[in-house]
Structure formats: C-alpha cells, structure tokens
Design a protein around this ligand. Structure first.
Ligand code: FES
Length: 109
C-alpha cells in the first residue's frame, strides 16, 4: 500500500549509525525524536517523550517494534506511538523515508 507522505522532509541520521535494539535521540526543528532501526532495515520515528511523564523513549529497552519506557516501563509501539496493555496514551509518530542510507522524517505542520 502506498503511503502518502506529507509535511516537511528533514534529514535525521545515516542509517549506518543506528543499531537494531537501540534507540537514538535526534533533535530536529527543536523537537526531540527517537529513532528505532528495525530488523528488516526499516526505521521508526516517534516523539522522544513518553505519554506518561515524558520519559526519554530513545533510552528504553527495545523489543521488536515496541520500546519500554526507562522510567516506569510503559510499553510503547514504535510503529504507531500507542501505549500498550492497560496504559493509555500516544506519542506522535512520523513518516520515514530512507534513501541511500540517509534517513529522513516528515514533520507535520
Ligand atoms: S514516564 Fe514513561 S512510563 Fe512513566
């Protein structure tokens, strides 16, 4: 299915700097994002602030396409930004494009 990418396209990282299982914090336009390299080579980008109390999700423990917040262990999907289990909340997630190992995100607004 084709994805429609809207917003401002911004370079955020070289994919070779990323490691599967480890988040990476980047700052673009004053906004902190957390990048997560997937086993299939794709990259997920979400806001680097847990919906609970703002924990840095880039420092959490990664399991597949989820990350556990380092502060109180909420499980957040790196794909949809949604909190799992009994927890409710959602962080912003961003469309990603990868071209020649260069990772770009589309910032909304
Ligand atoms: S701040 Fe993330 S679980 Fe509390």
């Amino acid at each position: 299915m084709a994805q429609v990418q809207t917003g401002k396209k911004v370079f955020v990282a070289d994919r070779r700097e990323l490691s599967a299982g480890l988040g990476k914090k980047v700052v673009v336009d004053g906004k902190e994002l957390a990048l997560f390299l997937q086993e299939d080579g794709g990259v997920h980008a979400i806001e680097n602030s847990c919906p609970h109390k703002g924990g840095p999700l880039s420092e959490g423990i990664v399991s597949g396409d989820h990350v556990y917040c380092p502060l109180h262990d909420w499980k957040i999907s790196t794909k949809t930004g949604e909190a799992g289990g009994a927890d409710e909340g959602c962080v912003e997630c961003f469309e990603v494009e990868i071209k020649d190992e260069q990772v770009f995100v589309f910032l909304k607004g």
